[in-house]
Design a protein. Structure first.
Length: 102
């Protein structure tokens, strides 16, 4: 005889979380540009990996990533943090709330 077990949880999720990732590769298939835009109800960030400086810039109040954006345009944006290396942000759901992590 098998035992059956059932569990139900009340799940509360936010109505919206948006993740956008864009990248460009050069002729040698190396990354030439990496950019992200993430939005939850509580936060909105944009990141740009500046590959020449091996640095990722995290900015608040992101806007849509345009195909013609370049690192020079990202230099003029308000920067929250400068992080070493390539940092790819994502989202984490914790106790029914969506958080941006990197």
């Amino acid at each position: 005889m098998r035992n059956m077990f059932s569990a139900q949880f009340r799940v509360v999720t936010e109505s919206e979380a948006i993740l956008r990732y864009k990248w460009k590769r050069d002729t040698k298939q190396q990354y030439a540009r990496l950019a992200t835009s993430l939005r939850t109800s509580g936060d909105w960030i944009e990141t740009h990996c500046v590959l020449a400086k091996d640095q990722t810039r995290v900015m608040r109040f992101a806007r849509d990533i345009m195909d013609d954006d370049d690192d020079d345009q990202a230099d003029r944006r308000p920067i929250r943090e400068k992080l070493p290396g390539r940092v790819i942000p994502g989202i984490l759901t914790q106790s029914g709330k969506v958080h941006i992590v990197y």
